[in-house]
Ligand binder design. Structure first.
Ligand code: SF4
Length: 424
């Protein structure tokens, strides 16, 4: 399908007239050195070297693309093997996969299964006229970094030929994590189940109110029991209509290790840094994978030194931040500013290693604050007659690995947060 500059192909107008954001779904987060280099080149040529922005669904966004260059940018993106169909709008979004399962011999490599699904859905007519977006993820073990409990449909490998299916979860102002839909499903039935879930979604989705239009709202409306029964009926129909061959999942490749994570601040990587990363990865024959917390994981068979200017990024805390009031019309607080301040304060701090901090600029939870180990949701509060940016602090979420949401603890003013983190 020829890409066009529309939301369906990931092109969104920015608040600054004449400028656009172009989202590029990176399937499973895997990007080659050559592809990263070309995206950096595009950013330098057409966006005045704006940073490449990593999203929490393993996409990359280009910001400040002038309208006059949109089609050229889309064509260049297509030329390096990326399809932007479904990057935005009411469609099946980028299929996400844990970054590690291809390189972890104790996990199942779900890539072949996800790839079959991606190819099958690529131009499938079922993707047209959907009530809202639909998110699918895969994981190779139960440590699932791909956040199964906040996806519409998530497959977690349980053996070489079976997966557990979680579904009908999403966040937003009133977050609701998903439920187990099938404890064990044969891999060859994943396509039929996906088509069944989308069909159910299209038949029953709320087309009047976009805030209540996700698959989980259908589940909430029907109740879990009726929802499961209804899905099962759609599934049986699809199973008769479509069949996949038996699919055996291999284990991840032995002999690879994670060399480093390039942890960006608020998801932004300068295109010159991206070019440096691309060069060193190519030289070392290493692999890049965008993770779920604004970072790029680097895997290789042998350790190698990253370029000097990138080394400091591997010591930053894992902080996810939405744009907040810097560009989002709903944004109440400056999330990138806070992310930058916290990154500086918590750099190298062992207490925060392995923890995900998520900062959302309003209660919509776009940074996944409601499931984070440490979540912050911004709002404005009048204190001593002065309007101040404050954050609701929530703790101990499970990052979507289970259904556990983070618990509200207290409200802290933005200016006191860095100090607060040091005392926590
Ligand atoms: S959480 Fe709020 S401020 Fe942040 S991107 Fe979402 S809607 Fe915008």
């Amino acid at each position: 399908m020829k890409p066009q500059p529309t939301k369906l192909f990931g092109t969104y107008p920015q608040t600054q007239g004449g400028l656009y954001m172009q989202r590029i779904p990176i399937f499973a987060g895997h990007i080659t050195a050559g592809q990263l280099r070309e995206l950096a080149r595009i950013a330098i040529e057409f966006t005045n070297a704006m940073p490449l922005h990593l999203t929490t669904r393993q996409d990359i966004e280009l910001h400040n693309v002038p309208q006059s260059h949109l089609q050229t940018v889309l064509d260049r993106i297509e030329a390096i093997g990326f399809s932007t169909y479904g990057a935005g709008g009411d469609n099946v979004r980028n299929i996400t996969i844990c970054p590690c399962c291809q390189f972890d011999s104790s996990a199942y490599d779900v890539m072949p299964l996800a790839e079959l699904l991606r190819v099958h859905l690529q131009d499938h007519p079922i993707r047209q006229d959907m009530p809202r977006k639909f998110k699918v993820s895969f994981a190779g073990c139960k440590q699932s970094q791909s956040r199964p409990y906040i996806n519409d449909l998530a497959f977690i490998a349980t053996s070489t030929t079976t997966v557990r299916v979680i579904g009908a979860g999403s966040l937003g102002v009133k977050p609701e994590t998903g439920i187990v839909l099938y404890k064990e499903l044969a891999t060859e039935n994943c396509l039929a189940l996906t088509l069944a879930a989308i069909e159910l979604f299209k038949d029953h989705g709320n087309r009047e109110n976009r805030r209540k239009a996700r698959l989980r709202h259908i589940r909430q409306h029907m109740g879990d029991v009726v929802f499961r029964e209804t899905l099962d009926r759609y599934f049986l129909r699809q199973k008769d209509a479509c069949s996949w061959p038996k699919i055996e999942l291999p284990h991840g490749r032995a002999g690879f290790q994670k060399i480093a994570t390039i942890q960006t601040i608020a998801g932004d990587i300068n295109p010159r840094h991206a070019q440096k990363l691309s060069q060193s990865v190519q030289k070392a024959n290493a692999h890049l994978c965008i993770n779920f917390h604004h970072g790029i994981d680097v895997y290789a068979a042998e350790p190698f030194a990253l370029p000097e200017e990138l080394r400091s990024f591997s010591d930053l805390p894992a902080i996810v931040a939405c744009p907040g009031n810097t560009t989002c019309t709903n944004g109440l607080t400056d999330c990138p500013g806070l992310a930058s301040q916290l990154s500086e304060t918590l750099k190298g701090n062992e207490k925060y290693r392995g923890k995900i901090i998520a900062i959302s600029g309003c209660p919509n939870n776009c940074a996944h604050s409601a499931i984070a180990n440490i979540g912050l949701a911004g709002r404005i509060k009048t204190i001593d007659g002065e309007r101040q940016e404050v954050y609701q602090l929530v703790l101990d979420g499970d990052n979507g690995i289970t259904d556990k949401l983070a618990e509200p603890v207290e409200v802290v003013t933005a200016k006191d947060l860095a100090e607060h983190f040091l005392g926590m």
